[in-house]
Design a protein around this ligand. Sequence first.
Ligand SMILES: [Zn+2]
Length: 433
Amino acid sequence: VSELILRNVEVDGRRVDVALDGEVVTDVGPALHGRGGDEVDGDGGALIPGLHDHHLHLFAMAAAAASVDGRGDVGRAVRAADASAPAGAWLRVVDWHETDGGELDRHALDALAADRPVRVQHATGALWVLNTPGLEAIGMGDHPDGRLFGMDDVLRERLGATAPDLTEVGRRLTEVGVTAVTDATPFTRLDDVRAIRLSQHVTVMGAPELDVQGITPLRVGPAKIVVADHDPPDVDALAAAVKEARAHGRAMAFHCASRLGLVLALAALDVAGAAPGDRIEHGAVIPDDAVPVLRRMGLTVVTQPGFVAERGDRYLAEVEADDQPFLWRCGSIIDAGIAVRFSSDAPHGPIDPWRAIRAAVDRRTASGQVLGPAEAVTAARALAAYLDGRTVAPGQPADLVLLHVPLAEALAHPDATHVRLTLIAGEVQTSRA
Ligand SMILES: [Zn+2]
């Protein structure tokens, strides 16, 4: 690995040169002397630390790219795909939601496509609905309604699917300046974790019972527990899972998409004890009385501002009035002293962090309504929620993003097209004219 100098870049408001040697930044200053390595003229564009998407699902992202878009009228989408797909082939449909597409079960799906196996994933990722040929294909032909909650692993095992290739996922992340990701999938099989190959740094969660230590080059994240809304676990069961994860030295990450989910997670942590690194994923509803508890326990909230933009209208229409003031909180809980990090939850939310930054600033839904104006943050604060406190300074990792424009301009108009170069561990990943 050789030296690279990025000349004439903006770092913390100053025009400087930045030298990298291998995986670290070695020097920052005016007119650095080169040692004959590669050089890039930054032309005054900002050089910032690479972004870390703190919650996504890599294999689901790859699979979604090969799936039928089930948003809106899912019936029409299934019929159209059924008419054009090869006979007998599976149809995999994603992003269905009952609000727009109506409720689904095996019988409703049979009415749409009865001659091939079909599986439809709910927009939350928590539920698959299969038609009768689909259920028969996985040996569950006698399932009453074909609605399978939290059964991704069972499905994958019975479908005999191999892990999808992540090259294209990595390329898309690179394009938007993401140099590190946390895969929040509650993996239960080490083979699945070992199949992760990505140019980005990857932190993996996995289920509490999965011992993911020592799977280099992956980093070990907290253990993931999904606190299901449809069938809430009891506090003792959650606390037992926490203790199991602690035995492996793991922090915890609780998927909390409702008020009840959050209350249960906090109760379990109260029993088992909170630890550094524990997190609340989504925190879709955080009532005021939970805020001091989150703070006392030192929990980080990993939120998805992109959902405000993509699903805000649905929340405003459907979420109970009591919960409306507490939806997808951000600014007010940061002000209350709670650490907040940003993420996409891709493929369930938009992959582009710059779009999420815009949503965090303006809190606008697709129709232009404002969801929780008190939760808005500045663009600088939103960007910081992707940076883990990293800076561009000697000794820092050479995971960097060179923008076409100075930082003030990028923050005034957050957009992925500002990304010119993305470097991961000192290697240039992508280049845009
Ligand atoms: Zn997720």
